[in-house]
Ligand binder design. Structure first.
Ligand SMILES: Cc1ncc(C[n+]2csc(CCOP(=O)(O)OP(=O)(O)O)c2C)c(N)n1
Length: 646
């Protein structure tokens, strides 16, 4: 299929807003669900994006929009990677194929994009707290008819934040409906005791009897009628008589529990939501769905089809980029293979990931060494403190967390690791601008937020070999401090990446090239952009030196004295915020030692960088090879008087 054939089905074409689907019959709503599913398959196969999660909530999306009065009623999608159907039904059908593209629709709900996107998301497990906040505000304002719904997956439910929200919701006396979309999957199979509990509820006969009895009780009441507090309390009483309160986790948290029901049965969903809409107080509906529903390949390999990239929807072939030459591996795979090599030699090595075994490539070690590598669920805070606990016992834990998700665990890094100076190794994946996932996922702040913490070593490799050597160095017995290694999403630069391990002296940078007119100081992968810019400058007989600092903490002061004695025009390059990052560290050094120089700091500017391809965003931010080249030319042209060497 091609772009020209990309047409929504006949009924979907008539739905410009949720108003339009309110009028449809049950049969038409079923047809609409089918067309919605096909449209998502068509568009994602041609344009890419998150896939399986949206297919799993097609019926729920249609039912919610049919039953609730959005945008007055507030609907909060957790994570938001499953909200493609929501976007299509809420006025974004015709530009849906721009999703995740530069200047196109965001891949996640976004308040700036639509009134139907009630809360900006991307990171998981915020929906219950956000929805509760909306519900409490509505109550305070006297908007007693305003309904608030949070839709959260079983993966997102594993996070502490979700429990904090429920803990409050249970006593807040607000009209909040939490829908637990249980498909047993996170990106990888979901993990933990909660997952087992949910499976028990779904399969146990006691709970199924409980469920049937509730529905019977509800069946006696007028469907769609308005329940008074009195009737609601009768329902509650009948629920309590069926189930010992403390035997249901959600009931124990004072949320009325309903379900589990089949989340693909549209009629059942609509009837249930209509009933629940009129039951006051905090409540949770447990629905069972299949991630990837309706596209059998996705149903059968849900991790692969979480976000498969472009594919042929008929054959299911996922297109790979075609290259003429051997390509370098991804940094993540270098991490995944290297950690096994190191763990084979060092029995103290453990590894932890909060719900990203595939994304981080820790899955290789989890397969080979299941008792030394763990997925702990979407629990970044726990991952950090767990690693700290292990470190107290002499273990050397590689705690692999995406840079933006590490923001969740900042206190744990300071309180549990840094203050106690425990030698945990933090591998911050997806550092820098991640591209299509956009602002919620950019790893923009870690250089700034890590370098201000005492005891931390903060490093970034410029290529695969450097990543291996930093990992090797971090686990050496003599290096007993917390050690951060940050690296970007995607390919490095060395097809021959499997180099022999070499220790890197901590805080030691390297001079990659001498030069005359100016010095470029880089940190991490953007050093490769500097190399390209220097090549370009050379064609114009301009000679720039290049230093790869490797560590932003501790800084290589010996090297920096050399730089500042020789050059008074300096460009710093990093793929992090320019506020408080690598460039700032260089300025601090310059001020402390009273050097004078023109320093241009290139990195992520102090604004929200939206989504697009990494190349587009690096260009927009102004730290790609072109930007470095232009900054160098400008420095030389604007300050010719300073073109002397000291
Ligand atoms: C704080 C945080 N950590 C990790 C992720 C990466 N992530 C995105 S979706 C997802 C799985 C969510 O599973 P679930 O909530 O069950 O939704 P499903 O995809 O199964 O519909 C994960 C781990 C994230 N978005 N936010």
């Amino acid at each position: 299929m091609n772009e020209m054939e990309l047409l929504p089905g006949p009924l979907l074409r008539t739905v410009d807003s949720p108003e339009d689907l309110k009028k449809l019959s049950r049969e038409q709503l079923q047809q609409l669900s089918d067309e919605l599913r096909h449209y998502i398959i068509d568009v994602v196969s041609l344009h890419g994006g998150h896939f399986a999660a949206s297919l799993g909530v097609v019926e729920l999306t249609v039912a919610l929009q049919h039953v609730f009065n959005t945008p007055y009623d507030q609907m909060v999608w957790d994570v938001g990677h499953q909200a493609y159907g929501h976007k299509i039904l809420t006025g974004r059908r015709d530009n849906f194929s721009t999703i995740r593209k530069y200047n196109g629709l965001s891949g996640f709900p976004n308040r700036a994009e639509s009134v139907y996107d009630t809360f900006g998301v991307g990171h998981s497990s915020t929906s219950i707290s956000a929805a509760l906040g909306m519900s409490m505000a509505a109550k305070y304002k006297g908007e007693t008819d305003r309904k608030v719904v949070a839709v959260i997956g079983d993966g997102a439910m594993t996070a502490g934040l979700a429990f904090e929200g429920m803990n409050h919701a249970g006593v807040a006396d607000s009209d909040l409906l939490i829908i637990l979309n249980d498909n047993c999957m996170s990106i990888d199979p979901n993990v933990g005791a909660l997952k087992e509990y949910l499976t028990d509820i779904t399969t146990s006969q006691t709970y199924n009897k409980f469920k049937d009895d509730i529905w019977k009780a509800l069946g006696k009441l007028p469907v769609g009628g308005h329940f008074s507090r009195e009737i609601a309390s009768k329902i509650e009483h009948s629920i309590k008589s069926f189930v010992n309160k403390s035997s249901n986790l959600f009931e124990a948290l004072k949320l009325r529990y309903f379900g589990p029901i089949d989340g693909h049965n549209l009629n059942k969903l609509i009837d249930t939501l209509q009933d629940l809409k009129n039951i006051p107080g905090p409540k949770l509906l447990h629905i069972i769905t299949v991630k990837g529903k309706g596209y059998s390949l996705a149903e059968n390999d849900q991790t692969k089809w979480h976000a498969p990239g472009l594919f042929d929807k008929i054959t299911g072939e996922i297109y790979k980029k075609q290259f003429d030459t051997v390509q370098p591996p991804k940094y993540q795979d270098v991490f995944g293979k290297t950690i096994i090599e190191l763990a084979e030699k060092n029995p103290d090595i453990f590894a932890v990931t909060p719900a990203m075994p595939s994304g981080s490539s820790l899955k290789f070690m989890m397969e080979e060494m299941p008792n030394r590598a763990f997925d702990v669920g979407i629990c970044e805070q726990h991952a950090v403190t767990l690693s700290a606990g292990m470190a107290t016992q002499g273990m050397r834990v590689f705690c692999n967390i995406y840079s933006s998700f590490m923001q969740r665990a900042y206190d744990q890094v300071i309180h549990d690791v840094a203050i106690q100076d425990l030698p945990v190794v933090f591998c911050l994946d997806r550092a820098g601008l991640v591209g299509e996932d956009g602002p919620t996922h950019h790893g923009a702040y870690d250089i700034a937020y890590m370098r201000c913490i005492p005891n931390l070593i903060v490093s970034a490799p410029m290529n695969e070999s450097e990543l291996r050597n930093l990992m090797y160095t971090a686990q050496l017995k003599k290096n007993q401090h917390p050690f951060v290694i940050r690296y970007p999403r995607g390919e490095g630069v060395m097809p021959e990446w499997k180099t022999p391990f070499q220790e890197i002296e901590i805080g030691r940078g390297r001079k990659l090239k001498d030069g005359k007119e100016l010095a470029i100081l880089s940190f991490g992968h953007p050093g490769n952009f500097a190399t390209a810019a220097i090549r370009q400058l050379r064609t114009e007989d301009l000679d720039a030196a290049h230093y790869d600092l490797r560590f932003v903490k501790p800084l290589d002061e010996v090297l920096l004295h050399e730089v500042f004695r020789k050059f008074n025009k300096i460009i710093t390059v990093e793929d992090g915020t320019v506020l408080g990052g690598f460039g700032s560290a260089i300025l601090e050094f310059m001020a402390t030692h009273q050097y004078q120089a023109h320093v241009v700091i290139l990195g992520i500017p102090d604004k929200i960088i939206e989504h697009g391809s990494p190349k587009q965003l690096q260009h927009e931010s102004g730290f790609d090879a072109d930007a470095i080249y232009l900054a160098a030319k400008k420095l030389l042209i604007e300050h010719p008087a300073l073109t002397f060497n000291r």
